[in-house]
Design a protein around this ligand. Structure first.
Ligand SMILES: *Cc1c(COP(=O)(O)O)cnc(C)c1O
Length: 349
């Protein structure tokens, strides 16, 4: 059976976690963000690999994502919920011992009333204006809330991937203003913030994309590979076109290969006439439009046509491919990972 398979290197994910962990002091704990099914790569397998590597704290977006995590982790490791305590999630949070990062006065009230004594964190808005308690509200409720001993005070950087953006310093200052003197554990940084240096590390860092080999962690080991099978080749004379809309026209005698994989598999249609595929280290341009299940590639310059061409591999990582499509590695991973079969390279014990 010909199947389309995304290969996922769990050892590389573990190595990336260790590398990000080494970027902060030994006193700073490094958590792992595994929301959206570990950025599309399969939360159960990824979390197991990270736990073996030494990760003890994890974050997901939704309480329901905690089910798979708790099954893999067993009791003990902390599972934080980044959207906090949403109505309807109380039982899950209690029964699976999840730690909601409460992000509004409404959530704080809900949590303290429904689950008194249950561990929670508080998400503060230091300027991103997405989630979190605003500074003025925090000033009002902090004296009461601090007595309930939050497990974590956290906030999130809007521009952590941009070293020069003034928002980073502004958010850092705002976070200090809201949390200095509380004596509670604090966390500000995702992958980008880890790279901004010790001032941004506090007690806990929360990298996600860097674990999966994505920017802004330029030193990451690549994690995913994707090779697409060639199912036909044909010869084209100059003037002949390829694919829907006849958007690509041969300028020279051309050998065109048709490969399995299309937008139904999560390949962005915006790769049409833009992406490169690789035969080893030889570049082969994608020609014509990406269709639902197929793409077409110019393989004229190859001496021999291989069984498969690499879309993600040693020559091209997720960010380069995302660039062709006008998107970011995060989005590409989250879509590809959900659609393709996954084949895991195990962590060697
Ligand atoms: C997604 C997310 C992270 C991880 O971000 P990366 O950029 O993938 O490292 C950390 N914290 C919060 C609040 C998030 O939403």
């Amino acid at each position: 059976m010909t199947s389309l398979t995304l290969t996922i290197d769990l050892e590389a994910i573990a190595a990336n976690w260790r590398a990000l962990d080494r970027l902060s002091a030994a006193t700073v704990q490094t958590a792992a963000v595994v929301k959206a099914d570990a950025y599309g790569l399969g939360a159960a397998r990824v979390v197991h690999a990270l736990a073996v590597a030494g990760a003890r704290r994890f974050f997901v977006a939704h309480a329901a994502e905690g089910i798979a995590l708790r099954k893999v982790l067993g009791p003990g490791p902390q599972i934080g919920i980044l959207t906090g305590h949403l109505s309807g999630d109380t039982e899950l949070i209690r029964d699976l011992d999840l730690t909601p990062m409460l992000s509004s006065i409404e959530q704080i009230t809900r949590n303290l009333e429904a689950l008194p004594g249950h561990p929670f964190g508080v998400q503060l808005d230091s300027g991103m204006n997405r989630l979190g308690v605003k500074p003025s509200d925090w000033q009002a409720i902090a004296p009461i809330l601090l007595a309930a001993e939050p497990a974590l005070l956290m906030s999130h950087l809007a521009c952590g991937d941009d070293p020069d953006h003034p928002a980073n310093r502004a958010q850092l200052a705002a976070f200090h203003a809201m949390t200095d003197g509380t004596g509670l554990p604090r966390s500000l940084s995702a992958t980008g913030g880890v790279l901004r240096g010790p001032a941004y590390h506090f007690d806990l860092t929360r990298p996600g994309i860097g674990l999966y080999g994505g920017l802004p962690f330029a030193d990451a080991q690549p994690v995913v590979g994707l090779s697409l099978p060639v199912i036909q080749t044909r010869h084209l004379e100059p003037g002949e076109s390829v694919g829907y809309g006849c958007t690509w026209v041969a300028k020279r005698p051309t050998t065109a290969a048709t490969l399995l994989g299309g937008y139904a598999d999560g390949l962005p249609r915006s790769l049409s006439n833009r992406a490169i595929l690789w035969a080893g280290n030889q570049a082969c341009p994608l020609i014509g439009r990406v269709s639902m299940d197929l793409i077409t590639v110019d393989v004229t310059d190859l001496d021999e046509i291989p069984l498969k061409l690499d879309l993600l591999g040693p020559e091209q990582g997720i960010d380069s491919l995302a660039n062709f499509a006008g998107t970011i590695g995060y989005e590409l991973l989250a879509t590809l990972g959900q659609r393709f079969d996954r084949q895991y390279q195990e962590v060697s014990a």
